[in-house]
Ligand binder design. Structure first.
Ligand code: NAD
Length: 248
């Protein structure tokens, strides 16, 4: 039980096959109370109920700073305090540079990058007042190697921005007792990617993955658990690759 007595907020965790909900399940199994924040309010409530009675489901659009503040108030009121924030919500779009229009640029950057800033801003005052907290942000291998199958250049840019944001926040907030880290998954089988891979694409991708399999949501949940728990008490500003060795 690595999170006994701790409380966690996870954004983008309503999707049944997603990384967020797999992480919520793992955190709950390790003794945490979890608040699931998602654009899909009903889905967030159902996902929280599926974890048991101690958890909360809260509707929140992470691109709206006021909504993030309201969600933070609701989570803090429900649990009394919040120890862990995972900026996990994200959206992607598989397009090429010349196909990116103003609306798609802003949508991808707003959800993936601005959302991580706004939700962090909503929780930092609370964490500062307690002089403790662990924030983990969701980046992607797309940021490190310039794209992938499912993410366009705007997605790579937004996820690279998340790396910079997390490191800058880690430097600034370390003296306040708040750690900030990142995970950079490779190809993980969820609704973002699921069902869209042909056998030929899969075989081609596997040639570049030394562990010879695609990732699953639980693989990423394990990295989030490490960063959320006191096992990583002296780690901040770090980036954990969860990609089967794709970048070796
Ligand atoms: P998913 O689609 O299953 O989950 C994404 C969740 O984010 C959904 O529940 C969705 O409702 C929520 N969401 C979308 N916009 C939102 C908003 N404005 N406010 C609040 N919630 C919002 O996808 P997933 O694969 O579990 O993705 C989780 C995170 O992991 C994303 O940030 C994604 O970019 C990242 N990621 C995924 C992979 C992969 O291969 N699946 C790889 C690297 C990074």
């Amino acid at each position: 039980m690595l999170l006994e007595g701790k409380t966690a907020v996870i954004s983008g965790a309503a999707s049944p096959r997603g990384i967020g909900l797999a992480t919520a399940r793992l955190f709950a199994a390790h003794g945490a109370k979890v608040a699931i924040l998602d654009l899909d309010e009903q889905g967030a409530k159902e996902a929280a109920a599926s974890l048991g009675p101690d958890h909360a489901g809260i509707g929140c659009n992470v691109t709206d700073l006021d909504a993030c503040r309201r969600a933070a108030d609701a989570a803090i009121t429900a649990f009394g305090h919040v120890d862990i924030l995972l900026n996990n919500a994200g959206v992607t779009q598989p397009v090429k540079t010349m196909e990116i229009d103003e609306a798609s640029w802003h949508r991808i950057v707003d959800v993936n990058l601005t959302g991580a800033l706004y939700l962090s801003q909503a929780f930092i005052p609370h964490m500062r007042s307690r002089r403790r907290g662990s924030i983990a942000c969701m980046s992607s291998v797309s940021a490190q190697r310039g794209g992938g199958i499912f993410g366009g250049p705007h997605y790579s840019a937004a996820k690279a921005g998340v790396l910079g944001l997390a490191k800058a926040m880690a430097r600034e907030l370390g003296p306040d007792g708040i750690r900030v880290n990142c995970v950079t998954p490779g190809l993980i089988q969820t609704d973002i990617t699921g069902g869209k891979l042909t056998d030929e694409m899969r075989q081609d991708i596997l040639k570049g993955i030394p562990l010879n399999r695609l990732g699953n949501a639980e693989d990423v949940a394990g990295a989030y658990l490490f960063l959320a728990s006191d096992l990583s008490a002296y780690i901040t500003g770090a980036v954990i690759d969860v990609n089967g060795g794709m970048l070796i």
